[in-house]
Design a protein around this ligand. Structure first.
Ligand code: FAD
Length: 405
């Protein structure tokens, strides 16, 4: 895979794209077998060595502001960089962007007190600790964030938390969880949508218990079910003011959704590249795969899907960077990009035949990731409802949709 400067694009972005491609193609992709094998000797050292290369190239933590050791490049530049960075599933940790830590860093920067930043954010950025984000519950619909049942009740200078969460990614090995709670008064009042609050819970607090890691696509990938039984933390562990939990979740998830889409586009390019290479190389009955019109159709449809997905995502990043209302566009890409990703990978798998569903290419893992993304961070249907609501509101307010934004 290769990259050339995009004519007319800011030269700084072109430089970042070329430098990113250099590291991903020369050092990350050739080492994927070692990076993916937990038993591989020297794996942690290899990760550290590659991370050092990234830091030296000035490409570390594109999502973080400069004062926190990141690149401070905003969404648009990050989007252009990420469509190359994500050619490999191993790039993100090597470039210092690891979910859910990256999202938690973002909300700690925005809502954290100086004390919280010192205690939690600094070691998180330094990679000394890991974290998780605990919002979704087995007994409440994750697609309705106001339905959360986990309660935090004030007792003197402490919050006392009781509830059950699941699909808390990365909980095993995390030093703390950011827990979305319904913060109520001791007499049971409150608990309305204004009462959602995020609270930092160290995972060694008595009453925090990981019940199990839920297998996803048949594998243990550290998405955990957790009970919170009379978990007591100081009120100073609260993030932001009481009742800002939902807004903080939106800040976190909105950015996270754009990052997921940027990542998907890089992976789509990789799947596309594998598909075309295979079509050129593979001889089937009566000639090369590339000469068959079915396969040419796969190539053309995939090219269209990728270009549409990347231009929508770049547009959304631009709206965010220029301070516009990006909610409708974020929902639009959150629906379109994972679905386009799924279609592209599906075609690439088909072209590879049995090899496509094997572990010999990254395609099978990409397919599972694409399908999962149509649910995680808000299912398609919920985002469609939001888009329609925003559009209809404009018309009811006597306006039409302004396609200029
Ligand atoms: C791999 C993975 C990792 C995750 N990581 C995290 C994490 O780290 N932290 C965390 O808190 N959560 C996490 N989640 C949870 C994720 O955010 C939720 O699964 C998601 O928000 C949907 O909630 P739900 O599963 O409860 O589905 P439900 O709310 O029960 O919805 C089920 C289905 O109903 C349909 N639906 C919902 N509402 C409507 C409607 N109004 N109209 C029509 N149809 C509707 C949709 O098709 C939806 O898929 C993760 C999920 C996965 C799969």
């Amino acid at each position: 895979m290769q990259v050339a400067p995009i004519p007319g694009l800011d030269s700084e972005i072109n430089d970042v794209r070329l430098a990113t491609a250099n590291i991903v193609t020369r050092y990350v992709i050739p080492n994927e077998d070692r990076l993916g094998d937990w038993e591989s000797p020297g794996r942690p050292e290899l990760f550290r060595e590659l991370q050092e290369n990234v830091k030296k190239a000035g490409l570390w933590a594109p999502h973080l502001p400069k004062e926190y050791g990141g690149m401070g490049i905003g969404f648009l530049k990050h989007a252009y960089m990420n469509e190359i960075l994500a050619w490999s599933a191993y790039s993100n940790p090597i470039f210092g962007v690891v979910a859910p830590d990256s999202g938690n860093q973002t909300i700690l920067i925005k809502y954290g007190t100086d004390e919280q930043k010192k205690k939690w954010l600094e070691p998180l950025i330094a990679g000394e600790i890991r974290s998780c984000f605990s919002m979704t519950e087995p007994d409440a619909p994750g697609s309705n964030p106001y339905a959360i049942q986990t309660r935090a009740v004030r007792d003197g200078d402490e919050w006392v938390i009781n509830g059950r969460k699941w699909f808390t990614s990365g909980a095993k090995g995390a030093a703390f969880a950011i827990v979305m709670c319904r913060t109520e008064e001791p007499d049971g009042t409150g608990g309305t949508r204004e009462k959602m609050t995020q609270i930092i819970v160290p995972t060694d607090t008595p009453g925090f218990k990981i019940e199990r890691s839920i297998p996803v696509w048949g594998r243990d990938s550290n998405h955990c079910e957790i009970t919170y039984s009379n978990v007591r933390v100081p009120v100073t562990n609260q993030l932001g003011r009481t009742g800002t939990g939902h807004q903080a979740a939106q800040d976190r998830l909105g950015a996270g959704r754009v990052f997921h889409c940027m990542n998907s586009i890089g992976q789509m390019w990789r799947a596309f590249d594998l598909m075309v290479q295979r079509a050129i190389a593979r001889e089937v009955h009566g000639g090369k795969l590339e000469t068959k019109q079915f396969i040419q159709g796969f190539i053309a449809d995939s090219y269209i899907d990728i270009q549409a997905a990347r231009l929508m995502t770049i547009h959304t990043a631009q709206v965010i960077d220029t301070g516009g209302d990006s909610r409708t566009d974020i929902s639009a890409i959150k629906i379109f990009v994972p679905a386009a990703f799924e279609r592209v990978v599906d075609r690439a798998i088909q072209v590879h035949g049995a090899m496509g569903v094997s572990g010999d290419t990254p395609l099978a893992g990409m397919y599972q990731g694409a399908r999962t993304l149509r649910i995680a961070d808000g299912p398609d249907e919920v985002h469609k409802i939001l888009i329609a609501k925003n559009v209809l509101k404009k018309y009811h307010d006597g306006m039409s949709w302004d396609f200029g934004i």
